[in-house]
Design a protein around this ligand. Structure first.
Ligand SMILES: [Zn+2]
Length: 148
């Protein structure tokens, strides 16, 4: 759960049938989040996903390019029951540039296990509403995206 631009420690896996299936697993969760936002009147941008392998001595379970609509998920995380929470966490980083918050179960630096996916979705929607309805954030985002 780092916020590295370079996704330190990740090695992108070469795309083959197996890796496409792994990426599909994450994309399905992103669609789930996208539908959730749509139900709240918010359009989620297109998100790129890279499936990676991590060095054995690291515990990173996901990374995001801050405000950059790109996330990295190590293949080891795919097997974890908390995968959806990691995806929502990384989406908060990459869509709204949200920083870590040790008082927030979703944006904590470590994956919190004592809450449900439904609760994670609630927090996710709350962030979405907060940022999408924030004029300062909107003008920043417009400036940021118009410079690409
Ligand atoms: Zn993080």
């Amino acid at each position: 759960m780092t916020k590295n631009f370079k996704a330190k420690g990740h090695t992108n896996k070469r795309m083959n049938e197996e890796v496409y299936a792994e990426r599909r697993q994450v994309m399905d969760m992103i669609y789930r989040a996208k539908n959730l936002l749509r139900a709240n009147g918010i359009v989620m941008p297109r998100i790129d996903v890279r499936i990676t392998t991590m060095r054995k001595d690291t515990t990173t379970c996901g990374s995001a390019r801050m405000g950059g609509n790109l996330i990295w998920i190590p293949d080891a995380t795919l097997k974890q029951p908390y995968l959806y929470k990691v995806v929502l966490h990384e989406l908060c980083h990459t869509i709204w540039n949200i920083e870590h918050d040790q008082n927030c179960k979703l944006m904590h630096t470590n994956v919190q296990l004592d809450y449900t996916d439904a609760e994670a979705e609630q927090i996710f929607v709350n962030y979405a509403n907060t940022y999408e309805n924030n004029t300062l954030f909107k003008s920043w985002k417009e400036k940021f995206t118009s410079n690409i």
